[in-house]
Design a protein around this ligand. Structure first.
Ligand code: TTP
Ligand code: MG
Length: 348
């Protein structure tokens, strides 16, 4: 048992995430765009939403999932480009080939992001050396940059890769985990969204070390099931292994709202955002499905699902939105307050 435990503690994980991925590829392929506010998504005169924006465009407040029409209002000079998914997929598989030179333990999270377990790499290299080599190779062969986090686990590696974007490298050694987490806002922990953040803030918990002042038992009085999870995460503890790709049966996303929603217009807006995310994940996973399911949770936590199976396999955002809007009309939306909406696609 002690052996097993120490091997867990000694994991070496890299989280690698490309910088402004879609936009960087478009700029690479058209150097006239360099240094300009570039938005990948579609025309500002369409219903398109922003997939991603170059760092120059982000200075204007433009971000992913925003309507392109709004992005155009925020920045008049912004250049709008339609997405070219084949190019992004090609770059993504190329990047995975680079990862594979160092380990077979790769867990892709999306086209541009993955965890690598390099504890036992064939070349017996330091994790930091591998991260640097990957960055260099990505730059040399793809003319793109990515940022890396190196840490003893997935939780810390993912937070670390985001610290020095773009083209950054952040290393957190096992004995630095506590100080790394100490002043970190709880929001940075993967799994704590705006709703949970608000709940924790109301309890006076803003940064990780705020949680350390309490025992697990005291926390569970206020947080129930979440207490143990938060207690460990706030200390940078995460023993989840890197999981190589598994077979998927469905793909979806759900969102709990900061306040329960009654207005149909707000619910439709939320549906559009969820649909965008699901369509993107389907594209990235190269999946199409026939069954579309809507989940609705009312303010009393009662939840229902409504499904529709269509004739053709799809991952089309507009098709999914049309179906889910129709499914929404078969619920009590507009009459009862809704706390959560979820969309999933299955039957691949
Ligand atoms: P991210 O890694 O979240 O963003 P990014 O790579 O563009 O920028 P960063 O430097 O901050 O990592 O997402 C990767 C790609 O996924 C992104 O380039 C476009 C796509 N994407 C969407 O299509 N819609 C979305 O809502 C998000 C978040 C990403
Ligand atoms: Mg990225």
């Amino acid at each position: 048992m002690p052996d097993c435990h120490s091997s867990l503690l000694k994991r070496k994980i890299i989280h690698f995430d490309m910088d402004a991925f879609y936009a960087a590829i478009e700029i690479r392929d058209n150097p006239a765009l360099r240094g300009k506010p570039v938005v990948v998504g579609g025309s500002p005169n369409s219903r398109a939403v922003v997939c991603t924006a170059s760092y120059e465009a982000r200075k204007y407040g433009i971000h992913s999932a925003m309507a392109c029409s709004k992005a155009a209002r925020l920045c008049r000079e912004a250049i709008f480009i339609d997405p070219h998914f084949e190019k992004y997929q090609a770059a993504s598989s190329h990047i995975r080939e680079i990862f594979k030179q160092y380990t077979a333990l790769i867990e892709p999270l999306s086209l541009d992001e993955a965890f690598l377990d390099v504890t036992h790499n064939a070349a017996r290299l330091y994790a930091v050396t591998i991260a640097k080599r990957i960055q260099k190779e990505v730059q040399n062969t793809l003319e793109l940059t990515g940022s890396a986090g190196v840490a003893p686990n997935k939780l810390v590696a993912k937070i670390a890769s985001d610290m020095k974007k773009p083209n950054g490298l952040t290393v957190v050694l096992p004995d630095q985990v506590t100080s790394f987490m100490q002043n970190l806002p709880l929001r940075k922990i993967h799994g704590i969204g705006p709703v949970t953040e608000k709940r924790l803030t109301a309890l006076g918990l803003k940064v990780c070390s705020d949680v350390w002042k309490y025992s697990k038992a005291a926390l569970s009085l206020h947080l129930g099931n979440m207490a143990t999870w938060l207690y460990e995460r706030s200390q940078g503890i995460d023993e989840q292994p890197v999981e190589t790709e598994r077979v998927r049966k469905s793909l979806g996303k759900e969102e709990t709202f900061p306040i329960d929603l009654l207005e149909l217009s707000s619910l439709r807006e939320e549906l559009a955002k969820l649909t965008h995310a699901v369509a993107r994940h389907l594209t990235e996973a190269d999946l199409k499905g026939k069954t579309i399911t809507l989940k609705v949770k009312y303010d009393n936590f009662e939840h229902i699902t409504r499904s529709q199976t269509i004739e053709h396999f799809t991952r089309d955002e507009h098709v999914i939105l049309e179906v889910t809007t129709n499914l929404l009309s078969k619920t009590e939306a507009g009459r009862r307050r809704i706390r959560l909406l979820g969309i999933s696609v299955s039957n691949f």
